[in-house]
Ligand binder design. Structure first.
Ligand code: B12
Length: 221
């Protein structure tokens, strides 16, 4: 029975039809499938199959990519409220667009993918100062600061991730909080993340979520 739901859900996501995807989830719930199974057998595999598609075709349809992440985040949040025991949250991330940067679409995709992998996400919005990133990471005991920068000057600015690095260094927090970056400039220069003081980067939302889970695990090891 689950196979039929998986197929119907994947078709809905492929068509970027959020209502159809939610209808599949609702009928699975009505048929007695647990919220846990819906997340782990339906939602996460759908995100992973999108990742496989992106790896094969980096220009894969943006709308499909965006909707997979948004539907995954939406359904995961609804299902988490219904879990019989509190879900095992993998860890916490504060995320935002770099200082001076107002681009938010890529960040939203990354957030959706993170939520579907059971990572708690604290969204700081756009145009986030380095001080704010660090303060919020400390306040929420986040293991990762994730910074989205869509422009070369916001990626490389002295007030962006370079300053986050300096602040973490000054407070002796580099073992407790890792820095992840992403956005168009990093795709043009895959070594840029090192130059801007980050620990890691990723080219798309699904890879980003997996990379961030690895960073969380490294901090918690
Ligand atoms: C949409 C868009 C806008 C929209 C943003 C709307 C919004 N709410 O986001 C608007 C119209 C507001 C806008 C404004 C501007 N924009 Co603009 N914009 C774009 C555009 C067309 C698409 C960006 C986008 O959403 N891509 C789709 C998402 C899904 O991809 P993505 O962001 O790369 O995210 C993926 C990955 O990078 C990764 N990722 C993203 N974030 C993170 C974070 C982490 C931690 C990780 C691991 C991974 C990760 O995962 C994401 C999902 O797969 C790009 C061109 C382009 N092709 O990139 C220009 C572009 C980024 N913009 C540009 C410019 C110049 C501007 C403006 C200065 C224009 C102007 N003169 O006013 C302003 C700047 C405003 C500001 N201060 O930020 C330039 C930047 C040039 C440069 N070299 O720096 C670009 C490249 C266009 C160009 N070719 O000139 N823009």
């Amino acid at each position: 029975m689950m196979e039929a739901y998986i197929q119907a859900y994947n078709e809905a996501v492929f068509e970027t039809d959020k209502n159809a995807a939610l209808a599949v989830v609702n009928s699975a719930l009505a048929a007695g499938i647990s919220p846990e199974n819906i997340v782990f057998q339906l939602i996460i595999p759908a995100v992973e199959s999108m990742m496989a598609r992106i790896e094969k075709d980096p220009d894969s349809n943006l709308a499909q990519h965006f909707m997979t992440a948004q539907i995954a985040a939406d359904v995961t949040e609804r299902m988490l409220a219904k879990f019989s025991s509190p879900p095992n949250i993998v860890g916490k991330v504060v995320i935002g667009a770099a200082y001076g940067d107002l681009h938010s679409l890529g960040k939203r995709i990354v957030m959706g993918c993170l939520k579907s992998l059971m990572v708690e996400v604290i969204d700081l919005g756009v145009n986030v100062t380095a001080e704010n990133f660090v303060q919020e990471a400390i306040a929420h005991q986040a293991q990762v600061i994730a910074i989205s920068a869509m422009m070369v000057h916001t990626a490389t600015s002295e007030l962006g991730s370079l300053k986050v690095r300096r602040l973490l260094q000054a407070q002796n927090l580099e073992d407790k909080i890792k820095i992840a970056v992403g956005g168009a400039p990093y795709r043009f220069d895959p070594t840029l993340y090192i130059k801007v003081g980050a620990d890691a980067w990723a080219p798309d939302g699904v890879t980003a979520a997996k990379m961030i889970v690895n960073l969380i695990n490294a901090v918690q090891a």
